[in-house]
Write a protein that binds this ligand. Structure first.
Ligand code: B4P
Length: 189
């Protein structure tokens, strides 16, 4: 059985970047709800049409839509032997839905990647220049950070209360430096 992990952390902390590298190293699928939603927007699916304006404002797409999408993805064969969730769950309601779908004790560990707020904003503004993502503008970035504090940060308390350890990793520094910290944290947890 491969590992069953999830990444927590504010936008810009490097979750997506690190999750992709780690999933490759561990040989498990990288399941990013942000990437899946952006793919739906690009393809103009019904889900994409519902999600587009919400994502552009930096708000959370409704739980029922995201939970159905993740359940479907976790039901695919490649996720039977482990997975790495990135960007999901985003609030306590999603975390409860995931617990229900997987059954108690299925999640092993949550990695919490953190960085200073100025660094988060700088990285996302840099990505705006490089990739032109619709939600990487200053106003939306500030909203995403607020949504993170209000909705997602409570999971840092929720998981230990529900038997899943949360391991904090310093997300400052280069991508490789952060990755080594993650590998080290996993070797001892
Ligand atoms: P996400 O795609 O999850 O976007 P994010 O939180 O901004 O983080 P991301 O993973 O992209 O950034 P990262 O820190 O890796 O979500 C986008 C939107 O989708 C949400 O706002 C919401 O609307 C919707 N959504 C997604 N999941 C949802 C859910 N479960 N429920 C409801 N709605 C949901 O990296 C940022 C940048 O930093 C990158 O450009 C990277 O290259 C750079 N970077 C990384 N590490 C670095 C380092 N060490 N040094 C310098 N730069 C670095």
């Amino acid at each position: 059985m491969g590992r069953r992990l999830l990444f927590l952390g504010p936008p810009g902390a490097g979750k997506g970047t690190q999750a992709e590298m780690l999933a490759r190293t561990l040989g498990v699928p990288h399941i990013s709800t942000g990437a899946m939603l952006r793919d739906n927007v690009e393809r103009g699916t019904e889900l994409g049409m519902k999600a587009q304006a919400i994502m552009a404002a930096g708000d959370l797409v409704p739980d029922d839509l995201v939970v159905a999408m993740v359940k479907d993805r976790l039901g695919q064969d490649d996720a039977a032997c482990g997975f790495l969730l990135d960007g999901f769950p985003r609030n306590v309601g999603q975390a409860r839905a995931l617990d229900e779908a997987l059954g108690a004790g299925a999640l092993e560990l949550a990695l919490l990647v953190e960085a200073d707020e100025e660094e988060l904003v700088a990285r996302l503004l840099q990505r705006a220049i490089e990739e032109g993502r619709e939600d990487d503008n200053e106003q939306t970035i500030r909203n995403r950070l607020q949504v993170y504090r209000d909705e997602t940060e409570p999971l840092v308390g929720y998981y230990p209360d529900n038997g899943v350890i949360v391991v904090a990793v310093d997300g400052m520094g280069t991508v490789d430096e952060v990755f080594s910290r993650i590998v080290k944290a996993l070797a001892t947890n």
